[in-house]
Design a binder for this molecule. Structure first.
Ligand SMILES: [Zn+2]
Length: 174
């Protein structure tokens, strides 16, 4: 996982954080840096299929990883992520205990969400697939069609549901 691929605003600080965690004996490992849209899409579908087993995953187009503004880091013990996150925050970075492995430029997730919304009109994810569904099909059947199991649906966040509804609307579905 090359930190060099990250935004130049982020890469040097990411290296410093890894170094600091190493000096502290926490055996830091970078698990994700930049992701392509299709990589984010695969990750997102996997997350929807197993929502209880993973850290939160943004829909494709909506992740700070796609814009080089975030990286994921694990340490040993994992509980020490809180200290690493605190350090990152002290340096001015963005970190949230709900996604403790995720370190980003300040405001990166917000910016990614805005970019995702803007880009949605240009290259909607899975619209081609969804557009093969006949008119008048409810969102539950779109989820069926996309292979998202019933057990996962109660864990679909409002943001994710909104995204799926947007997809359906753009595809002429109700
Ligand atoms: Zn992340």
């Amino acid at each position: 996982m090359a930190l060099d691929e990250l935004s130049p605003d982020l890469a040097p600080f990411a290296r410093d954080l890894v170094d600091a965690a190493g000096v502290a004996g926490l055996q830091p490992r970078i698990t994700s840096t930049v992701r392509t849209r299709s990589q984010q899409g695969r990750l997102y579908r996997g997350y929807l299929a197993n929502p209880g087993r993973a850290y939160p995953v943004a829909p494709p187009g909506y992740s700070a990883h796609e814009y080089g503004e975030a990286f994921d880091l694990v340490v040993t013990p994992m509980e020490a992520l809180a200290d690493v996150g605190y350090t990152w925050q002290q340096w001015g970075g963005g970190w949230n205990p709900d996604d403790a492995v995720h370190f980003e430029l300040p405001g990166a997730s917000f910016r990614a969400k805005q970019r995702g919304i803007r880009n949605e009109q240009k290259s909607p994810f899975l619209v081609e697939l969804a557009s093969s569904i006949p008119f008048g099909i409810p969102i539950s059947l779109v989820l069926d069609f996309l292979g998202i199991p019933v057990s996962a649906r109660k864990n679909v966040t409002p943001e994710q549901e909104e995204y799926l509804r947007t997809l359906a609307a753009q595809s002429g579905l109700k």
